[in-house]
Write a protein that binds this ligand. Structure first.
Ligand code: FES
Ligand code: FES
Length: 158
């Protein structure tokens, strides 16, 4: 028997509700009930950052966060970055800098960057490297990712 709990929260700017399994992670809920596949499952252990989302303004590894803990929160996933103006400047910076290969880490990198810029729009290269320490990429070697975040930081600081 699986126990569920009704939760109500704000998802990408819209009020939503769900019957969350008490054993499920936020990642499972977002990818399952809400079909938001941008948030990736890689390690499932809080080590890689592929599942990064923003909850009440803080970046969180959604694979470690219980789904029921989303109750009453403001949740932002990579899908929520789209607006009528188009894609987010951070997404554009990743495209412009060619900071994507397989793309599996990219949503997590972008969400972590959004969080970092919300705290500090003028990041130094050292602050960028430290801020992305929890986000792993198997493909790019990080150089272009760091360039993309620096470019996004330059835009954010304007
Ligand atoms: S899948 Fe969540 S940190 Fe790796
Ligand atoms: S682009 Fe492939 S894991 Fe980062």
């Amino acid at each position: 028997m699986s126990l569920t709990q009704k939760i109500i929260f704000t998802l990408n700017g819209k009020p939503v509700q769900a019957d969350a399994q008490v054993t499920a992670s936020a990642l499972e809920l977002l990818r399952g009930a809400f079909e938001l596949g941008g948030t990736k499952l890689a390690c499932g252990e809080g080590e890689c950052g592929a599942c990064t989302i923003i909850v009440d303004g803080r970046s969180r590894n959604s694979c470690l966060l219980p789904a029921v803990d989303l109750d009453g929160r403001e949740v932002l996933t990579v899908e929520g970055l789209w607006s009528e103006d188009g894609i987010d400047p951070v997404q554009q910076a990743f495209i412009d800098e060619g900071a994507i290969q397989c793309g599996f880490c990219t949503p997590g990198m972008i969400m972590q960057t959004k969080y970092l810029l919300s705290k500090n729009p003028r990041m130094t290269p050292e602050e960028i490297e430290r801020g992305l320490e929890g986000n792993v990429c198997r493909c790019t070697g990080y150089k272009k990712i760091i360039s993309a975040v620096a470019a996004a930081s330059a835009v954010a600081a304007e």
